[in-house]
Design a protein around this ligand. Sequence first.
Ligand code: ATP
Length: 643
Amino acid sequence: VAISRQSEIDIGKGWKVGDPVPYAVLTKTFSLIEATTKRLEKTSILTSFFLLVIQRSAKGDFKSLLQSVYLCINRLSPDYVGVELGIGESLLIKAISESTGRSLSTVKADLKKEGDLGLVAMNSKNSQKTLFKPKPLTVPFVFSNLREIALSAGHSSQAKKVSIITKLLAACQDFEAKYIVRSLEGKLRIGNAERTVLVALAHAALLAEKEAAGKKWSKEKLASRLEEAANVMKAVYSELPTYDLVIPSLLEDGLNGLREKCKLTPGVPLKPMLAKPTKAIGEVLDRFENKRFTCEYKYDGERAQVHKLEDGTVGVFSRNSEDMSKKYPDLAEQLPHCIKESTKSFVLDAEAVAIDKTTGKLMPFQELSRRKRKDVKVEDIQVRVCLFAFDILFLNGEPLLQKPLCERRRLLREHFQIVPGEFDFAKSSDSETTEEIQTFLEESVKDGCEGLMVKMLDTDASYYEPSRRSVNWLKLKKDYLAGVGDSLDLVVVGGYYGKGKRTNVYGAFLLACYDADSEEYQTICKIGTGFSEEMLQAHWDTLRPLEITKARSDVKIGGAKPDIWFEPKIVWEVLTADLSLSPIYTAAQGLVEERGISLRFPRFIRVRDDKAADDATGPEQIAEMYERQALAQSSKSGKKGKG
Ligand code: ATP
């Protein structure tokens, strides 16, 4: 299938081996991907494109594939390096106007009509009469210009950005302007999740190896080899999430060598392992029946993955792999105190928690969230931070992901030491009975924690699973036990204008969950109560710049009718007392029933600025919550019936 689509994609006139990848071929690929909602088809189109790039690259050239991959996921560097696009609308309007000779007001009017600046740019370009054909754009040229735009800062940077964008737009043909503008905005909108890119990359590499060796495989063998390749790629990337290292190795060592070569490396943050929620201690015991497990305090701070390289460099990374070293210079300063002499390089998984300088008591998460994100000076720091380490993933040159937790915990305690107020091990208890767990849970809450994390201790079930929400880690929060309800992380996708006193702000919001499989946002509820005036003002300030007139194509709207739509970007933690089936909202449609699931009486808890929109709660979790609730209700009514 992949190979049969190559002729459709290969529109780069005379693209020969060793030539730079024509940008027209990439944008043709984008337009084909955008035209389908089927994930398998998206994968196969992308596979064809990557295969072409591999086959037309000169020996030793890995940049062509690397840059093509980055442009496909609309990034210019790994997350932790943070070279980001996200050019404001007004700057882009200016550049479109300058390069096409149309007035600012016409471009703005078009935007209002189309709701997509990319389309406006493309239509403006295509209606323009040009005397001569511009020199075709290439992937390396576009990539290096986008980087230059992203990196330019300071006084004259605005003018410089407009001039580069104008130059790029002037050279655009066909679909190119549409995608260049969307890239610049920071949203490609073709429904191309990173998982699709990883699978396509693996498939393309395998097909290239197969063709080069002239192998003939049966349909069944091909299918199983493709699946195997995708699994290798996903496993490698979850340990070493940087294309800068994975792609050169893929091309040089092939899929076989990749697994050996690309392993967890200090300095490259991996996506953290996550936990499944549980509602009752009984549920924990059911899930971990006859297995050894441990309970740890669930600290209420910010996740911190702390890396130390052999050369002494220290890096602190967030849950989303952002570099937080500038937010926590105090952590880097404190770190040497807790490291024993035998400890040369490591990766720790830990929680950074605010503590009261005088009493040493733990303080809530909000204390830390007040900190600036950048350029924090140690002498200005008011709130002290203590690191509670709960896992070690790499030690002295060796990855530890595939060692049982009891072994990792032993190594952690052996190679680090407690420094009061600066570093400690997460408090744990290997309790076994309901009573013991209940006592430890109460103790954790008394000490200012959110509850407990319960983790498998032995066997391969206790290996560290990067980027997975695993059943081998359960979270037991005090809120769940109090029967307050479930907490979900949801994306704000729409707004309703306020009434009465609230006419200058949004009075209510439309929320959505995120389905990573279909790469779409599914609406789940309208939320309008529980906000103070100040909160509403703050939400207005954050959301107003994200307003769009039409819903994005990856929002599955259902019957919701907000007054205005937002770019899906902001994540809120929301509590609900109850979930119900809904004819209006689309969350988890088809999982429990044809109808979707909605939240009843949702209540806003806090903004989760440590989460990106695609980290939001997924439909399977929502279906699980609904089913658990239904089960609890039927057992309650069963009891009533008996008694
Ligand atoms: P939450 O809303 O509960 O923070 P989350 O989606 O960020 O959810 P979960 O997997 O649900 O992540 O909960 C684990 C989080 O709890 C971790 O990301 C980490 O920040 C925090 N945490 C605190 N103490 C521990 C611990 N002992 N072990 C693991 N994680 C811990």
